[in-house]
Design a protein around this ligand. Sequence first.
Ligand code: ATP
Ligand code: MG
Length: 254
Amino acid sequence: MILSDSKTQIVERGNKKVYDLGDKIVKVANAAKPVSDVFNEALNLARINEAGIRSPKVLEVSEVEGDGWAVMTEKVPGVTLAEKMAEDPSRFYEYLEQFVDLQIEIHGFRAPLLNRQRDKYARMINSLAQINATTRYNLLERLDGMKKEFQVCHGDFNPSNVIVGEDGNLYVCDWAHATQGSPAADAAMTYLLFALQDKQQAEAYLELYCDRADVPMQIVRRWMSIVAASELARGRADQDADFLLSWIDVVDYQ
Ligand SMILES: Nc1ncnc2c1ncn2[C@@H]1O[C@H](COP(=O)(O)OP(=O)(O)OP(=O)(O)O)[C@@H](O)[C@H]1O
Ligand SMILES: [Mg+2]
């Protein structure tokens, strides 16, 4: 694909850039990212579109000249929940309720061809050079002991991936990490993502999620070391490594 000069850049991170083309969004990976990851994100999104979850429609995967491989999707006009929360902190809890209800709604869907959460976490734990074989074994055993579930899990569910559409509906973007698996694991990941920013917001989220989903907090907490290992393996932010390692350590392996 060729990107027009009128595009605007929404984000630039180490391994990608996201552009707004007016009515479409293009997410361009850098050369270091495996091409298969880009296709996987597009395939996840196609499966999520087909499952009937409100999400941007996937349009195209191709190489951007002089840049990298990219996924093009429809643009959902609106504002993210993260922006709303930042704009008006007094309404944080109201937005959090919408956020939690949406996550629980997504967990009600099935997409039987999506990658399996268990396989993804096992792969990520095995790829971690920062922890020793004994700790990796403990984490894999813990993963193996978890209840087998097959619900749609976003895998990176945080307020910046929820768009409040101009039509008043909520849409979810960024399905790169979607799997079928345990909702409690997905909630543990969201809790972790909040905790990396704000501990108080993380606690408010966890309490509300467990209450609304009728899930014991202990079950979500049991996933925390696994999701911390998985986030560490993604290597999104070097400065968070010690925090994530401490979450892996905190486990009580009785
Ligand atoms: N289809 C879309 N319509 C409207 N806005 C979008 C759309 N896709 C992405 N965005 C905006 O671009 C931002 C970044 O996109 P996205 O969340 O996919 O990338 P990312 O968070 O950098 O990716 P990753 O979590 O995979 O590292 C979103 O937070 C949202 O504001
Ligand atoms: Mg995102």
